[in-house]
Design a protein around this ligand. Sequence first.
Ligand code: ADP
Ligand code: MG
Length: 227
Amino acid sequence: MDILNIENCTIRYQEQEAAVEHVSLSVGEQEIVSIVGESGSGKTTLIRAILGILPPGGTVTEGKILFQGKNILELDETSLQKLRGTEIAMIFQDPITALNPVITVGEQIAEVIRLHEKCSRADAERKACAMLEMVGIPAERMGEYPHQFSGGMKQRVVIAIALACSPELLLADEPTTALDVTIQAQVLTMMDDLKRKLGTAMLLITHDLGVVAEICDKVAIMYAGEI
Ligand code: ADP
Ligand code: MG
């Protein structure tokens, strides 16, 4: 069964022309699906609609967004909030700014685990350690602050935080655009690894067609709001 099914979706900002028009797209279990396309083609709009976080003025005017068979567009805010960060996690464009500069990276990962699993502080810390190692950072760096990490490592931490609550689906909006080209490829390859280890399905917006060809099961090309 598909984990995500976007059916004939049209999204508009106020009275403007549709930003996304009659788009259909599905993500199967443990699949990595990628969306590529020029700036302004509607990628961010589409991925935000899945979480119900369109900017003010944006509305889905037609279609369905089914997550595990349930139409997200019919959920109330409370149910949506429950979905976000537990079953669906998102990494935003320029995600490095998402880290808190005055809290250690280990604590930032552990906090998400505690919120999600209601486990003890010590358990959360152990799991945070394991998460950090899974994204290729030695556990002894748990107690360091974001500024002590390189851009690529900060991005790995952001991914660890997104995956810490074991989501079914990870949405990522250009998660590597802020990084050097060689580091971009490393981070994307690592995400492929994580998919294999954790079984998380991913919908990935990226410009890196080379890596897309290597790690994705399906690629959707967006142009002027259409796939
Ligand atoms: P992409 O992520 O592919 O660069 P976007 O989804 O950001 O594309 O934008 C798609 C279209 O929607 C563009 O025409 C853009 O101008 C418009 N748009 C995006 N965000 C807003 C907004 N907050 N208000 C009005 N129009 C917007
Ligand atoms: Mg965008």
